[in-house]
Design a protein around this ligand. Structure first.
Ligand code: CP
Ligand code: NVA
Length: 323
């Protein structure tokens, strides 16, 4: 017999990309995240995932994603289990398929941070539990969804908001493009040639933008990107796994630094965002990152609240032990 969850589309079982969510699903996540944030801040118990266990498998370093998922799971009354790569048989060549199918018998969900996006797709295919993308070379959906919460809090709305993304058109940029397209916002990217966002992501987002009224502008001039922007967004120039390209990236991306001269060209009340970790003096100056327009710590906090909403939606609907 086909089990109920197997009949559901993958986008419902897993969270691999923002593009797989509907606008209504994103709105529901934003509402739930705000509710859970209020409960957490008001000291109201919200043990919605009692008895559930979340696995955390990280093949790249992480501070925010790992700790916020682990703390979030604890706050929801569940348990999080870090699976150090070196300690599990995957590191000795056991297949993703066998690992995913076996771990699905023990866990209620898993967060995976890895290099190749195809790896999280394989996990999602093989696992019967929900698989959450905790960052791949292609995308970082939990970051972009959390950032929508921060923008909504700071600006009061997402409607009519323009994000300027300046620098390397990386995983974070790709997920912000997907989120913007879904929510009918505007994003303008100022990224040098050779460091533009993923073309497939942009093409799919532009199709979505026709339906939602979003605008996706991909350009090379940071000053054009920040014009009339409500949000100026920076990320590192050297993402995890790109360390060997350091010298070239520092050279090509240096005109793309988010500094006070650039931020002054955005709207006067523009907020400055950065997913962190940051390299002061490279992609952003200390003056801007630690300045009055920066919302980076609130932005990092919202990872916790949005991810608790994601966990509640994905793990909450499954009965423990359901396969
Ligand atoms: N922004 C973010 O994902 O941070 P970590 O790499 O610390 O998880
Ligand atoms: N683009 C960065 C994001 C870190 C959270 C990286 O992939 O390293």
């Amino acid at each position: 017999m086909t089990r109920a969850f197997e009949r559901r589309p993958k986008s419902v079982k897993d969270l691999l990309d923002v593009a797989a969510l509907s606008r209504a699903e994103i709105e529901a996540l934003l509402t739930l995240a705000s509710l859970l944030k209020a409960k957490q801040q008001g000291g109201t118990s919200h043990r919605l995932l009692q008895g559930k266990t979340l696995g955390l498998l990280f093949q790249k370093p992480s501070t925010r994603t790992r700790v916020s998922f682990e703390a979030g799971m604890n706050q929801l009354g569940g348990h999080a289990l870090v699976l150090p790569m070196a300690d599990i048989q995957l590191s000795r060549g056991e297949s993703v398929a066998d690992t995913a199918r076996v771990l699905s018998r023990y866990l209620d969900g898993i967060v995976i941070r890895t290099y190749d996006h195809a790896t999280v797709e394989e996990w999602a295919r093989e696992a019967t539990m929900p698989v959450i993308n905790g960052l791949t070379d292609l995308s970082h959906p939990c970051q972009a969804l959390s950032d929508l919460l921060t923008i909504k809090e700071k600006k009061g709305t997402l409607k009519g908001i323009k994000i300027a993304y300046v620098g390397d058109g990386n995983n974070v940029a790709n997920s912000l493009i997907e989120a913007t397209a879904k929510m009918g916002m505007t994003i303008a990217l100022g990224c040098p040639s050779g460091y533009q966002p993923d073309q497939h992501v942009v093409d799919v987002a532009r199709v979505e933008a026709v339906k939602t009224g979003a605008t996706i502008d991909v350009g090379q001039d940071p000053y054009v990107a920040v014009k009339e922007a409500d949000v100026v967004y920076a990320d590192v120039w050297i993402s995890m796994g790109r360390e060997r390209e350091q010298a070239r990236r520092l050279k090509v991306l240096s005109p793309y630094q988010v500094n006070s001269r650039l931020v002054a060209k955005a709207k006067p009340d523009a907020i400055v965002m950065h997913c962190l970790p940051a390299h002061r003096g490279e992609e952003i100056t200390a003056e801007v990152l630690d300045g009055p327009q920066s919302v980076i710590i609130d932005q990092a906090e919202n990872r916790l609240h949005m991810q608790k909403a994601i966990l509640t939606k994905l793990l909450g609907k499954r009965r423990s032990g359901e396969r």
